[in-house]
Ligand binder design. Structure first.
Ligand SMILES: Cc1cc2nc3c(=O)[nH]c(=O)nc-3n(C[C@H](O)[C@H](O)[C@H](O)COP(=O)(O)O)c2cc1C
Length: 183
């Protein structure tokens, strides 16, 4: 079994989402010592914007298809995913490989995978909050992976930009959500 870890935060060792992806992969590999861990740092080794010739390179989608569990660090940048993560999504959402169009509509083809997303957001976007309609990170990732056939599991760290106390509390609650994930 293979775990694929993807990080997309630009803040390196200060990154909240990387703290959470680190905890998730440590927990998963501790519970399943035989698991292979593949790490793709989308900031250290960014993928170019998608171009037609890039479509011919199947290495990124092959890596995704070979993984059983995908762990994604997803900080909110300008209300959505970092462009580094979007470039990766553009390579794995491919008709005929990860979804297909049928007479009944689109069907996802990767429903056998587990996807765990660590969200870190500067503010608060929960139901009923004033900024709820600005949220295009969790909703977008839910839509994309749902389209591919898998409902992601999310862990959250919110209000990171509010101040040091909220940042510490958000990391602590995010790590609690990690502990609560199924092995
Ligand atoms: C370029 C950039 C854009 C950001 N845009 C938003 C935003 O639109 N909404 C928000 O709530 N926080 C925003 N933030 C704050 C980050 O979501 C927050 O700091 C989060 O912890 C970043 O994840 P990281 O700690 O893994 O880097 C932004 C941060 C950066 C660096």
């Amino acid at each position: 079994m293979t775990i694929l870890r993807l990080d997309s935060s630009i803040t390196g060792e200060h990154s909240v989402s990387r703290t959470l992806t680190n905890a998730i992969t440590a927990q998963l590999t501790a519970a399943n010592p035989g698991e292979k861990l593949v790490v793709r740092d989308l900031v250290a080794a960014p993928l170019a914007h998608l171009t037609l010739p890039e479509f011919a390179d199947t290495s990124v989608i092959d890596e995704f298809l070979a993984a059983d569990t995908i762990v994604i660090g997803a900080p909110m940048y300008n209300f959505s995913v970092p462009s580094q993560l979007k470039a990766w999504i553009d390579r794995i959402a491919v008709a005929g490989k990860t979804f297909q169009y049928t007479a009944e509509g689109p069907v996802g083809l990767v429903g056998d995978k587990r996807v765990i997303v660590a969200l870190s957001r500067g503010g608060f976007y929960g139901p009923g909050s004033p900024a709820e309609s600005f949220e295009h990170l969790k909703t977008y990732l839910s839509t994309v992976f749902g389209f591919l056939g898998v409902a992601p599991e999310f862990v959250h760290a919110d209000g990171i930009a509010v101040g040091p106390e909220q940042r510490a509390a958000a990391i602590a609650s995010g790590l609690e959500e990690v502990v609560a994930l199924a092995a």
